[in-house]
Design a protein around this ligand. Structure first.
Ligand code: HEC
Length: 146
């Protein structure tokens, strides 16, 4: 028994040594969604509180994000989230991608798919009220018609 715990401990310590890239790339104002559209403060703060940790280059890592293997899961979500949509790199998207992202944002916020439900449990500020969800949806719908 003791031996098993010993080896579990060894593996746990060893996996802490696997390097993880937690760096945020610099945000270029010319490509940054909220700068491009001059997004009003209330919408900006919803995005920051509920979406930026997976869809921007302004990710804030919680303390538990430094403990493997949790850190690996978190990094996976961030990589995948950024791949689908990165508000910090909005300006690099073509018209179709933007339109698609706008539509997906509206539907995923409406259907409670975003922010990812498990994330809300650890981030009360991301637990958007229905009112906040409607504000976000309206804001993105108006972008669509521009
Ligand atoms: C904890 C991480 C996390 C948070 C927070 C988060 N997302 Fe996501 N998001 C993801 C991941 C991972 C994917 C890709 C996999 C998927 O679609 O489930 C994704 C996908 C998306 C997509 C693309 C969907 C598609 O079908 O292509 C949109 C749009 C989106 N998120 C919008 C948002 C918005 C808006 C918020 C904030 C209200 C938000 N997300 C918050 C992780 C997150």
């Amino acid at each position: 028994m003791k031996k098993i715990f010993f080896w579990i401990a060894v593996v746990f310590v060893a996996i802490q040594l696997v390097p993880i890239d937690r760096e945020n790339k610099a945000v270029d104002k010319r490509d940054n969604f909220v700068d491009i559209y001059k997004t009003p403060e209330n919408i900006k703060s919803i995005l920051k509180n509920a979406c930026y940790d997976c869809h921007s280059n302004e990710v804030k890592y919680p303390n538990y994000a430094y403990v493997a293997p949790i850190s690996w899961t978190i990094k996976d979500h961030i990589n995948e989230g950024r791949e689908h949509l990165n508000f910090s790199e909005w300006g690099t998207y073509n018209k179709d991608l933007k339109q698609n992202a706008i539509e997906k944002t509206i539907s995923s916020v409406h259907n409670l798919q975003m922010p990812l439900p498990f994330y809300i449990g650890y981030h009360p500020k991301a637990n958007l009220t229905t009112k906040q969800r409607r504000e976000l949806e309206n804001y993105f719908s108006n972008l669509e018609s521009k």
